[in-house]
Design a binder for this molecule. Structure first.
Ligand code: ATP
Ligand code: MG
Length: 273
């Protein structure tokens, strides 16, 4: 079994980030090391101010123990980290490891704004971390923050993607994740210098956890040997199915992350084929 380190926040209530990545990657037959980068009572969207446990003294001890126990990982998926100190700690840990495929979702902001609590130093730390990545998955806002290019909801991808590529190591891929084209939402990346796009119809509403789930799906498929051109359209299709299932549930609480039943069934069907 392939061992994957997944490092991101664990929000007890809300069904996003680590809570969503675990079932997705388990269904893909990964052996997951689930490393919370911080503990929250709920995610940060709609529940008021969550109780947050800072893990910055625990995480260095975790890495020390893993080194002493000679534990290592074939793959890594890094999501929300939370502080410059922890971003640098993860950077240092990843640099010392032989990880065959590192996927970084450089969580910094959305809708043109940095998430609260983040500043320019945090963006700089994220720029250092993405140098360890084989694939980065910024949304449009994060792509603008990382490159320093002005934010536009509908950016010129032929400018933004090459600027992102300059921030990652040779051979690594930058995929922008919430790209709108007509009535589609999907992802854009470069292949042989040309902008590629894969999208699915944008369904009504805004959903929590779609970005985290998309990152887990893409990391999982790439690790199984699917190419970007195969993995990204499949991931968009599955996320569309997750949003469609969520809509069909007519939920009375829209804060919970997207429904994963259809997505997990699609994963298991693919694994069985
Ligand atoms: P986040 O906002 O969670 O940090 P993100 O900004 O990177 O993540 P999202 O906007 O959540 O990305 O979108 C991630 C993916 O989820 C999209 O590329 C798309 O495949 C799917 N998705 C998100 N919202 C919708 C929607 N309303 N309808 C259909 N698919 C969606
Ligand atoms: Mg978004």
């Amino acid at each position: 079994m392939t061992k994957m380190l997944v490092a991101e926040d664990l929000s007890a209530v809300g069904g996003i980030s680590l809570s969503a990545a675990l079932p997705v990657l388990t269904a893909m037959r990964y052996q997951v090391a689930a490393l919370p980068t911080s503990l929250l009572s709920t995610h940060t969207s709609g529940y008021g101010r969550p109780a947050i446990q800072d893990l910055s003294t625990w995480l260095p001890a975790v890495f020390d123990h893993w080194m002493a126990a000679k534990l290592d990982f074939d793959q890594a998926l890094i999501g929300y980290v939370g502080s410059v100190e922890l971003v640098d700690l993860l950077h240092k840990y990843l640099m010392a490891q032989q990880v065959a495929l590192t996927v970084v979702d450089p969580v910094l902001g959305d809708l043109g704004e940095l998430y609260s609590g983040f500043d320019g130093d945090y963006v700089m730390a994220m720029r250092r971390l993405i140098q360890t990545a084989d694939v980065i998955l910024p949304n449009v806002t994060e792509a603008s923050l990382l490159t320093g290019l002005p934010y536009a909801a509908d950016p010129d991808l032929a400018v933004l993607l090459p600027a992102l590529q300059k921030l990652v190591k040779p051979g690594a891929h930058a995929i922008i994740t919430d790209v709108t084209r007509d009535d589609l939402i999907g992802c854009a990346w470069l292949a042989d210098g040309q902008v590629q796009y894969s999208g699915q119809p944008r369904l009504p509403g805004h959903y929590n956890g779609t970005g985290d789930t998309l990152a887990a799906v893409i990391a999982g498929l790439l690790g199984q040997g699917y190419s970007l051109a195969q993995a990204v359209p499949l991931a968009n299709q599955w996320l569309n199915a997750a949003v469609a299932e969520t809509l069909a549930e007519n939920r009375d609480d829209e804060r919970q992350g997207v429904a994963l039943g259809n997505l997990l069934r699609a994963i298991l069907a693919l694994q069985a084929s």
